[in-house]
Ligand binder design. Structure first.
Ligand SMILES: [Zn+2]
Length: 284
């Protein structure tokens, strides 16, 4: 009898040990979830602007029955802009680009940021610490985040690059966006990118946070001459609130680096949208 009671006590003790372990695990998970990860993804930015539903309420993909050609119908009225006439990305036809000397160069006022990388299920996004801005067409925009698409979303004379980086800026007053697009070409290893390669969050909702600082300027091409046009977010809700600055000079990344991004994000580019009479201009 005594042995039975002892066993009973032992089992109860074990259960309570397991339970408290489980509680600890839950605490850690909650801590992670509670960590301030500003969303700033393209969908929640349009959400803030129009009160439209973001991708957390409706679901989109880059292929199949939730692919780009169906985005406008996937979320009731909220994603109807995806069928709009001022959409992005576009194919830039260099022969039709209007060179306009009155457009100012990109004037950046960037500073360092801690490392905060987030996998939102559609892209790998680097949130950038507050305090960096760029003057685009005489408007000061704050840099919020940058993220990646494999292959490139914009094409130039029909050529698609293996990857495109989007630096998302917001006018603090009007909330309108300016996005700088940078093309990647395959070449030598990109040293700046290399420091993040082992920390790219592999699965949806994974994030990596470190106090280690880096400077976005180190990742940009030397020459920031660009094509510019009015367009939209390239993910639902496809809101037509973006002035695009697509930089002509490319940056390099190695085959392995580009492959790693594609492995995690898969193909996440939206096909070129109709120009519908829009003019693409260049700053020189
Ligand atoms: Zn993008």
């Amino acid at each position: 009898m005594k042995i039975k009671i002892l066993k009973y006590v032992l089992v109860l003790g074990l259960i309570s040990v397991f339970t408290s372990c489980e509680n600890e695990q839950i605490d850690i998970q909650e801590q992670n979830q509670n960590q301030e990860v500003p969303k700033y993804d393209e969908t929640s930015l349009s959400d803030a602007f129009f009160g439209r539903k973001s991708s957390s309420d409706c679901h989109f993909e880059y292929e199949g029955s939730s692919g780009p050609e169906f985005w406008a119908d996937l979320c009731g009225e909220d994603w109807k802009d995806c069928d709009g006439s001022v959409q992005s990305p576009i194919n830039i036809i260099t022969d039709s680009v209007l060179e306009d000397a009155s457009i100012n160069n990109i004037n950046t006022n960037y500073t360092v940021s801690g490392t905060n990388i987030f996998n939102n299920g559609h892209t790998i996004q680097f949130n950038y610490d507050a305090g960096s801005s760029a003057s685009l067409n005489n408007i000061d925009y704050n840099l919020l985040q940058f993220h990646f698409h494999t292959g490139s979303e914009h094409t130039v004379d029909g050529i698609r690059y293996p990857m495109e980086m989007h630096l998302v800026h917001q006018d603090p007053v009007t909330k309108l966006l300016a996005v700088i697009g940078i093309f990647f070409e395959e070449g030598k290893t990109n040293k700046e990118l290399n420091r993040f390669m082992n920390h790219l969050p592999e699965h949806e909702d994974d994030h990596y946070v470190s106090s280690k600082k880096y400077h976005i300027k180190d990742m940009l091409p030397g020459d920031m001459d660009f094509y510019t046009y009015s367009g939209s977010l390239t993910t639902p809700a496809c809101s037509e609130i973006v002035t695009w600055y697509v930089v002509k000079e490319t940056i390099k990344a190695s085959h392995g680096q580009l492959e790693r991004f594609e492995q995690i994000m898969h193909e996440n580019f939206r096909p070129a949208q109709g120009l519908n009479g829009r003019l693409v201009r260049a700053n020189d």
